[in-house]
Design a protein around this ligand. Sequence first.
Ligand code: T3D
Length: 262
Amino acid sequence: MSDSDTVLSALADGVLRLTLNRPDKLNSFNEEMHLALRAGFERAHRDADVRAILLTGAGRGFSAGQDLGDRDPRKGTPDLGHTIDTFYNPLLRLIRNLEKPVVCAVNGVAAGAGANIAFACDITLAARSARFIQAFAKIGLVPDSGGTWNLPRLVGEARAKALALTAEPLDAEMAANWGLIWRAIDDDKLMDEAQALAARLAAGPTKGLGLTKRAIQAAATNSLDEQLDLERDLQREAGRSADYAEGVTAFLEKRKPEFKGK
Ligand code: T3D
């Protein structure tokens, strides 16, 4: 685990809360914050006590994407392919491949990679005052962090292109209406609602939730036949879980299930 304070990490009630913590730079990503966030998600992968993740930002922003202070062209031309390979792509894979729910609470502006990381999470809530900006176009770059993959799938090609080519801000309400995020929430209620949602998910049947995430993500590239076969295979696996046995037993005994995440 990283001991950097650029990402605050706290585990309670099965929820690992990861808070991007460079508020004076709108939580833009430098290498230290990348490594700390990666360490948080790696912990989420291996630690059975972590049953849901809540990703958010400190201060008035969620994340302004890459720290441009580290990219001064007057000091030389960086190899951005290398930084994508080294930092952003591994992070996206860690989020997508984690078979536990990842809730994102977008507390303020989310720009560039910051926006696309929020869209890559499983359930994204945003403060009503938050806005999402595909800021790449303003500096001659291409949307990354899965943006060119997620945006057209979530909102269709016309809206994806308009967002990416104009870099116009999209407010939280519109992002929810378009299906980019789950809900826009009043600013003062965001963290309570996000925490409650993450805690509810953490108390759920983690194995089944993880397999559900895998199935839905696979649908993006599977044919219907492939997807039906996958559902069969994953249902078989879920049906062997202790949480399935507990869920059905609890139903038959007319009580609340106590899932253990196994
Ligand atoms: O490079 C690679 O490895 C490739 C990968 C790229 C991924 C990317 O994310 S590229 C996109 C990078 N991000 C941007 O281009 C966004 C830049 N920021 C903005 O456009 C604006 O800051 C916002 C629209 C996000 C917010 O505007 P506003 O007016 O609310 O805040 P502000 O005043 O601009 O920013 C507040 C402070 O944060 C300010 O610092 P100061 O002047 O108070 O000391 C500002 O410089 C700093 N800040 C904001 N964004 C960044 C940043 N510092 C470094 N890097 C940033 N991205």
